[in-house]
Ligand binder design. Structure first.
Ligand SMILES: C[S@@+](CC[C@H](N)C(=O)[O-])C[C@H]1O[C@@H](n2cnc3c(N)ncnc32)[C@H](O)[C@@H]1O
Length: 223
């Protein structure tokens, strides 16, 4: 259903659900990276990753970065001329803290797009915890519902392997899946000089557009 502009569900930042749970300390090791997984899955995305997305996708209207961390993605989006609303469940010194994305029922302001690198595991959400692959499905479903309400767009940075899972594939195929942008160079999340280990995972942007023509297959792109 196409909503008229005047019917769009608009939330002000002050209306968004605020989370007050303390940040958990996690001792779970992240594969072979040599680093402990950070509380509530904080990894700042290198700017080249967001720039690769913006080379391929034009976003309509203001963009919501709902897991903004320290603003790594938001800053690139702003530098490319986008109006950006930045929120996070944790206060990382950027944007509006204390906003639990999974508890949000509306997009803030007049945002038409959601762009983020979501948490892969421990979200700290009041909505509940799940294993990372399942948590990502919940995140995708929720983001899809929110962007549907504004006929908008959604871009999520995910592990390439995650796309191949049956449930992820089914969910993506059922939505307005418009593009997958495979990053051919692995993301180095941490720089520890010569002690830095080789990154284990390839990543990709999965992009959905609620104005994508029905029946048109998603574009497969490389960056
Ligand atoms: C992998 S980091 C990515 C940060 C930023 N998007 C970037 O790419 O640089 C994930 C971020 O999601 C936030 N986060 C985790 N669960 C959240 C939730 N339920 N609602 C909002 N933010 C959440 C974390 O605090 C963390 O800053």
């Amino acid at each position: 259903m196409t909503l008229l502009q005047s019917e769009l569900p608009i939330a002000r930042i002050g209306d968004l659900p605020v989370a007050d749970a303390p940040e958990p300390v996690s001792g779970r090791a992240i594969h072979n990276s040599g680093f402990e997984r950070k509380g509530r899955d904080f990894y700042a995305t290198p700017s080249r990753v967001t720039e690769a997305l913006l080379r391929h996708v034009k976003f309509r209207g203001p963009v919501w970065e709902p897991c903004c961390g320290d603003g790594a993605m938001s800053k690139v989006l702003s530098a490319h001329g986008h109006e950006v609303v930045s929120t996070d469940i944790v206060d990382r010194g950027f944007g509006t803290p204390g906003v639990d994305f999974l508890a949000c029922r509306e997009v803030p302001g007049n945002c038409r797009s959601i762009v983020t690198n979501p948490p892969y595991g421990d979200t700290g959400s009041q909505i509940g915890q799940s294993k990372s692959s399942v948590a990502m499905l919940g995140f995708l479903q929720h983001a899809m519902t929110l962007t549907d309400s504004v006929q908008g767009q959604l871009a999520l940075l995910v592990r390439l392997q995650w796309i191949a899972g049956k449930r992820a594939a089914d969910m993506m195929s059922a939505g307005p899946f418009s593009a997958v942008i495979v990053l051919t160079k692995r993301i180095q999340w941490f720089d520890m000089g010569e002690k830095t280990n080789t990154a284990q995972h390839h990543h990709a942007w999965v992009v959905f557009d609620h104005e994508h023509p029905a029946g048109q297959p998603p574009a497969m792109l490389f960056a």
